[in-house]
Every structure is written in C-alpha cells, then in structure tokens.
Design a protein around this ligand. Structure first.
Ligand code: ADP
Ligand code: G6P
Length: 455
C-alpha cells in the first residue's frame, strides 16, 4: 500500500500528554500512530493574510503538514459555511442554519487553496483520505489539478435526510462534490441510506447495486465504517499509576456518593441542557438520590466565536447554577460543571469511577465517549451506559439503556434504573458491548475503509 495521506480541517497536536478533544482528532491521531503517514490541515492559527508556507514537521513515522488560515477564510469557511450551515443542518437543526452566499464562496475558495497547498506534497502512489464536512469539495479540487490517486472521504457526523439537506441552498453542489470521491464512508447504515436517497432523488443518480451508484460518467461507491476505539488500550490507560491517583482523588471528593459522568464538547448537538434537566427531574422523582448522587459534566469549550455556542454556554451555566442552588448543600454540589481538558488516561479513570455514563446527544455521528466509557469499566463491577438513541453508537450497543433525549422524565427514569441495576445485569450488558468493541475496534475502522478504497 502507498503512503497514507490524511486531510482534515483540524490537525491535532501529537505532543505526548496534550489532549485533543473531538472524535476526529482522537481517531486519526491513533490511526497515524499505527499506520504512519502524512497529516495535512489547519494548524488552528489565523492571520490577516493567507500564509504562503506549509509547516512540515516529523514525529517518528508521522509527518505533520499544517498551515494557518486567513482571518477571512476562518470566518467564511470555518465559522461560516462549515459550522453555521453544515454542522447544524447535518445535526438536524435546520432552525440554526445561517446561510450566506459569500460564506459558501469562501468555503469553496478555502478548499481550493488548501488543495493547492497539499498538491506539491503528494506522491503518485499516495492514498488520500479526506475527513469531514469542512472538506467536501477537496476531491473535485484535486482532480481538477490532475491528481489521479485514490481519494476517499469519511463523514464523521450524521448525513441528513433529503428534507433537511435541501435546506442548504447549494445542496446539489455538495452532492455533486461528494460524487468525485472513489469511496464515501459513513458512520451508520442510516447515514449511508440518507446519502443514497439524496443522490438518487436530488441528483438523478442511478442505483447499480447495494454499494454503487451511477452519476453522470462516475460510479459513486459508499460504505458504512463505524469509528471506534482500542478497548484494551483504554483499559490499560484507566489503570496507569497517574490515573489511579486521579481516580482516588475523585473518589475521596465524592464521599461515597454515586456518580453520573458526562464528557462532551460544549455543543448544542450534545444535549447537555436536556441532560441537566433530566438530572433535576431525577432528584424530584427519587428524593433518595438527593445528597447521595453527583453528576460530573466535563464540557471543554468549542467554537466559542459562534453565537449559538455562546448561547448554549450561557444557558448551561445558568442551568447548572439553578439546579445546584435548588438541591445543593453546604458540603454538596449536585452538578460539577467543568470546562477544562484532561489527559486521556485521567479521563478514562474518571469513566471507571462513575456508576453511570450519560451520553445523551440530540444527534451525533458516532460518539466516541460512549465507547470509551464502556471500555474503561471494571469487568467485574461495571457501570451502566445511558445512551441517546440518536447517537451513531446506539446502532451497535444493545447493552446500553437507550433513551430519547427529548423525554426528560424518560431520561430521569433511565438514570434511576442504571443507578439501581443489579450487578449481574450490569455485567451482562457490559460484556455484550465490550465484545462489540473488540470485534469492531478502531483498527477495523481504518483497515476496512482503506482496504475498500484500494480496490
Ligand atoms: P465529538 O467528535 O463530537 O467531539 P466524540 O465523543 O466522538 O465527540 O469525541 C470526543 C473525543 O474527545 C473523545 O475521545 C473524548 O474522550 C475527547 N474529549 C472530550 N472532552 C475531553 C476533555 N475535556 N479532555 C480530554 N479529552 C476530551
Ligand atoms: C467533531 C467534528 C470534527 C471537529 C471536532 C472539533 O469531532 O466531527 O471535524 O474537528 O468536532 O471541532 P473543531 O471545530 O474544534 O475542529
């Protein structure tokens, strides 16, 4: 196989110990650590003008090639079309779409510019793997420059159904852009189905068989590749000396109280607000939990330059304060609401220390936290995963307690059931999910995708 070239908007820091948040960065960081290759994308910095130079650094078998964005590209391509149109639309929040034509033009311009910067770094037998919604036009841009390599695309977030996709004014152009990839990968069967439906209904593509569509002179191949984790590594991480120390600190601070843990970027798609309400409802309907239960919500700040993100932050701060005011005591804070990052092993130890993992997004491509929570549990005394039916992970985890995050009472009841579940049932549910993780780990995700792309 040729060299692997990963292209994504966000390139993670691979400095040891420095945590990256976001499933894409965590997943790709891991893949490249094992397979080696080049990772090209934005370095997270902005400047008044577009920088000329790509910075190339070597880290063992990984080459990082990164570049800054001009302020205008940051605003139009990243904040604008990517995160004020594609992100809300693909997460079924058409009410939050803020479309402006010049930002879409900026999105195309930035894709073209990034393709031009990547072009000189490419070798003829490279396998190019483009990731996520920021870079949908990348294959068409590279093809126009004469790139003949295999180019695959993986969408980390959900793919919306036709009524939602078509709220995006240039939806047909996006579908056409996706048809230039050799292989388009999705997290779940329903995401792939939505893509196939959109392409046939909106773009006149013809179904050849289960995997292939004919669109004009191109065959568009698609597949389902659920991203995952390495469960054994997570179990080890949850066990390192440093993480055991953190776990001790957490336990000491809890004073025998039970713990519900949630970890997600501060994002309206993650359902944190609805989760706080469900926790409050739990306190109302089961007074025995008052003073005997804490919730830790770790929510690193994300995309803070966007208004909808500023609003959810404001709302969550208010809600945590209100609920803590209502049920707290001089020595008891019901919700511990934290915006900071933790090292991965520390986070895994926190998962291990929690009787319940509450992963209740309103919509999510996969949700790696759900998988990490399961992998980090003690096999003889595991915690229970309360999982939104709208997370991609729900398609794989029959051992979770599935909830509808719009049903506050239903979520509160599921949390109560999880907190009082007999050990035998917990072990059975956990074993089935762990088995699923072992069969379909992170290695299976990238090996299957790259294997299919190579054909
Ligand atoms: P998303 O990609 O939408 O952010 P995922 O759940 O798929 O959601 O991935 C999030 C990743 O980021 C997980 O691997 C999680 O462990 C990591 N993460 C989230 N919050 C933190 C944090 N505060 N510190 C360190 N890692 C975090
Ligand atoms: C999700 C997206 C990624 C993105 C990450 C963090 O995981 O699928 O593409 O990188 O969130 O968001 P950010 O906007 O900070 O890159």
């Amino acid at each position: 196989m040729g060299r692997l070239v990963i292209v994504s908007n966000r390139v993670a820091s691979i400095t040891p110990g420095k945590a990256s948040t976001g499933g894409l960065a965590v997943g790709i960081g891991d893949v490249l650590g094992k397979a080696g290759g080049l990772w090209f994308g934005w370095n997270g910095e902005t400047s008044p003008q577009s920088p000329e130079q790509v910075q190339v650094t070597e880290h063992g078998n990984i080459t990082l090639a990164t570049i800054g964005l001009s302020r205008k590209d940051y605003e139009q391509y990243y904040l604008g079309f990517s995160n004020n149109v594609l992100w809300p639309a693909f997460h079924y929040r058409s009410d939050l779409i803020r479309y402006q034509r010049d930002e879409y033009e900026g999105y195309q311009r930035a894709n073209l510019w990034l393709a031009e910067k990547l072009f000189p770094l490419l070798k003829p037998d490279d396998i190019i793997w483009v990731h996520d919604y920021h870079l949908i036009p990348m294959a068409a841009a590279l093809r126009a420059m004469g790139v003949k390599n295999k180019i695959g695309f993986f969408l980390h977030i959900p793919f919306p159904t036709q009524p939602i996709l078509t709220c995006i004014p240039p939806s047909s152009e996006l579908l056409r852009a996706l048809s230039h990839y050799d292989l388009v990968g999705f997290q779940t069967p329903s995401d792939r189905q939505a893509f196939v439906d959109c392409l046939t209904r909106e773009s006149g593509a013809r179904k050849l068989d289960e995997d292939n569509l004919q669109m004009e002179d191109r065959v568009v191949r698609s597949g389902v590749y659920p991203i995952s984790v390495y469960p054994d590594e997570i179990e080890d991480q949850a066990h390192t000396a440093a993480s055991r120390r953190h776990l001790r600190r957490l336990r000491q601070s809890l004073l025998d109280r039970k713990l519900i843990i949630s970890v997600d970027r501060l994002d309206y798609s993650k359902g944190q607000f609805e989760r706080f309400r469900a926790f409050e409802k739990l306190m109302e309907i089961q007074p025995s939990h008052r003073s005997a239960l804490s919730m830790v919500q770790i929510a690193p700040l994300s995309r803070s330059d966007i208004k909808t993100y500023q609003k959810i932050r404001h709302d969550l701060e208010g809600e945590a304060g209100r609920i803590n005011g209502r049920f707290g005591d001089i020595d008891y804070t019901p919700i511990r609401y934290i915006n900071r990052n933790y090292e991965r092993s520390t986070l895994m130890a926190f998962f291990r220390g929690a009787q319940v993992g509450a992963v209740t997004p309103l919509r999510d491509g996969m949700n790696l936290v759900a998988k990490e929570y399961v992998a980090a549990q003690h096999r003889d005394d595991p915690g229970v995963l309360v999982l939104s039916r709208f997370a991609g992970a729900a398609a794989e985890f029959d051992g979770a307690l599935l909830v509808n995050p719009y049903d506050t009472l239903g979520m509160a009841e599921a949390m109560h059931r999880a907190l009082t579940m007999p050990k035998e049932e917990r072990k059975e549910r956990h074993a089935s999910m762990l088995q699923q993780l072992k069969t379909n780990d992170l290695g299976a995700w990238w090996r299957r995708f790259l294997g299919d792309l190579a054909v």
